[in-house]
Design a protein around this ligand. Structure first.
Ligand code: BEZ
Length: 212
């Protein structure tokens, strides 16, 4: 198994899930995807994470993102646990949870880190673009629940920078100024970014977010 890196094609797979058999590339179609693993069903942090994911569905939908969760428990366990998530988090789980009992997907995506836990998956996140390339990889320990607002923020940055020659600075959020790509000369930037370019240093040029 080769280490997955940014820019690699997300390995395709067919697996059982809480909504039936799922082929990753077919399921994603032209959408962006977030494939995220959690250690086990019926665990507290995971319960809050999946409840939060369900509640954020309108935000993911707006950005054309499909969420796919995964753990190494089976389909029947997932279905029972979903009832608990719906009850305790006051939501309806509205995305598939892969049942990776044979560890096929976890192995493909290197989601088991034996020194953290020999058999359970860590909290991995893979953001996959519509062309199926991997755009972001995150790994959190079991004891730290993820920040789903951060995933939305990264998606906003990825979608903005895919279409405009800009990058997003530290703590950037929708509406904040962005950084002009270092590859563009300031004179050219002034023609491209009609809202204005502020040159703080020759390598540090800011412009209002161009797609608003
Ligand atoms: C949890 O999701 O709550 C959890 C899972 C494994 C270890 C620690 C916490």
């Amino acid at each position: 198994m080769a280490t997955l890196r940014l820019g690699d094609t997300a390995p395709n797979f067919t697996a059982q899930s809480s909504i039936g058999e799922l082929n990753l590339h077919d399921y994603l179609g032209d959408s962006w995807g977030i494939l995220f693993s959690h250690p086990a069903d019926f665990t507290p942090v995971c319960t809050t994470e999946l409840g939060t994911t369900a509640k954020y569905k309108p935000e993911f939908d707006k950005r054309n993102v499909k969420m796919i969760a995964l753990s190494v428990d089976g389909v029947e366990s997932h279905k029972e646990w979903i009832k608990d998530i719906n009850e305790t988090q006051q939501t309806e789980v509205n995305f598939p949870i892969i049942a990776d009992e044979d560890r096929n997907v976890s192995t493909l995506y290197d989601m088991i880190h034996p020194k953290a836990d020999n058999s359970l998956t860590v909290r991995s996140v893979f953001i996959i673009a519509p062309d199926k390339t991997i755009k972001l990889i995150l790994t959190y320990p079991a004891s730290t629940g993820r920040n789903f607002k951060e995933l939305l923020r990264v998606i906003d940055s990825l979608q903005l920078t895919a279409y405009h020659k800009v990058a997003t600075p530290a703590n950037w959020e929708q509406g904040d100024d962005v950084v002009v790509s270092p590859a563009i000369a300031t004179e050219d930037a002034k023609k491209i970014f009609t809202k204005g370019v502020k040159e703080i240093k020759p390598y540090l040029r800011m412009t209002p977010q161009p797609n608003l």
